[in-house]
Design a protein around this ligand. Structure first.
Ligand SMILES: Cc1ncc(COP(=O)(O)O)c(C=O)c1O
Length: 366
């Protein structure tokens, strides 16, 4: 079976965790601080505030930027649910606009139309989905023109770039997840990046029980801190990230070579200015044929994922509250998407086996 994801943990990571365990300083501490500095420098931000996961990183960034009851946050309906849950936790209201069918990312045209219709929107939360950066040439002028605060959800985009600039260096804050299936991991973990020292100060307080001076709590905060053990893994993984991303891109290139011209599936689009790091390699098959393709992959021992089968507003947990969102592209795409293995542990033979299974399906469905 070729898995859809496989975290790679080397001897360095094991050694680094043992060193932390031996030190006795196993909660948040100096190793976490080092990781914060190194990861922020890698992306090109001034400050890093490491957290216990990507969801709490998003919630922390949003709270630090003033999200709360009465605040509207514009976002994408096509993402892992955490990007919207983080908005909801703060008491703010998510407002959804549609995506681009080619890149799966939030559509700048839809953002612009919604901002005209609803000038009360204060914050824009974009998601660089599947490892592909959003169109920042189109988004940044809108952010400036409408005086928005921008949060980038980079949970799937470690090392991705738009026009040579890293995802996570554009917004007022950016958030990453280090969950094991991501392009790099800390086991569970996350980080908020910002180049604004006041935002950084607020984030630090939020994740630390609203405390700057020991046992003086100015706000009701949380314990969202990252441990030294997680950070030790992250420091080792960060050194390998660029190499792994190149391997993901090489695997994507193999798929392009093997599947270009197949009419039964649509390969992921990638604008020239985007440096895609293929957290997922997501193809589309016609809605009525996707089941057949899935069956073929199962027969051939190929792991896959449907990211995501529902749009966020229609998830049962929201009880229909946001179902008035008009997102026809998302509604079509969710029935067509299928992600196939692209992780750095995939060999060229594995990729050839996956491509062969897809070609077989294409031939059979003609
Ligand atoms: C787009 C997106 N946002 C946020 C998250 C939340 O990250 P975590 O699982 O670390 O809480 C994830 C990860 O699963 C994600 O894919």
């Amino acid at each position: 079976m070729i898995p859809i994801a496989r975290p790679i943990i080397g001897d360095e990571e094991k050694q680094a965790v043992l060193e932390v365990l031996d030190s006795g300083m196993i909660a948040c501490g100096a190793v976490t601080t080092k990781f914060e500095e190194e990861f922020a420098a890698y992306i090109g931000a001034m400050h890093g505030i490491a957290t216990n996961n990507g969801t709490t990183a998003l919630e922390t960034a949003l709270r630090a930027l003033g999200a709360g009851p009465g605040v509207k946050v514009l976002t994408t309906p096509f993402s892992f649910i955490a990007s919207t849950n983080a908005i909801v936790y703060t008491g703010a209201t998510p407002v959804f606009v549609d995506i681009d069918a080619n890149t799966f990312n939030i559509s700048p045209e839809s953002i612009e139309a919604k901002l005209k219709e609803d000038p009360e929107i204060r914050i824009l939360l974009i998601v660089h989905l599947f490892g592909q950066p959003c169109d920042m040439d189109a988004i940044m002028p809108l952010v400036k023109k409408h005086g928005l605060l921008l949060v980038e959800d980079c949970a799937q985009a470690h090392g991705a770039m738009w026009n040579g600039r890293k995802a996570g260096s554009f917004g007022d804050a950016a958030c990453f997840s280090f969950y094991p299936t991501k392009n790099m991991t800390t086991s569970e973990g996350g980080i908020v990046l910002t180049s604004d020292s006041e935002t950084a100060r607020r984030c630090r307080m939020i994740i630390n029980h609203g405390m700057e001076r020991r046992y003086y709590h100015d706000d009701i905060g949380y314990n969202y801190r990252m441990t030294n053990m997680a950070a030790a893994i992250g420091r080792c993984q960060l050194k390998k990230l660029d190499g792994w991303n190149e391997k993901r891109r090489a695997n994507a290139a193999l798929y392009l070579e093997a599947l270009a011209g197949e009419t039964g599936v649509t390969l992921p689009g990638c604008p020239d200015k985007a440096f895609h790091v293929y957290h997922q390699y997501t193809i589309k098959a016609p809605a009525d044929k996707r089941g057949g393709l899935i069956q073929k992959l199962e027969e051939r021992g190929v792991g896959y994922g449907v990211f995501y089968p529902l749009s966020i507003p229609e998830q049962a947990c929201y009880g229909g509250k946001y179902e008035n969102a008009q997102t026809p592209v998302t509604d079509a795409v969710k029935k067509e998407v299928l992600s196939i293995p692209v992780h750095p542990g995939l060999t060229a033979e594995d990729a050839a086996q996956v491509a062969k299974a897809i070609r077989e399906y294409c031939e059979a469905s003609r």
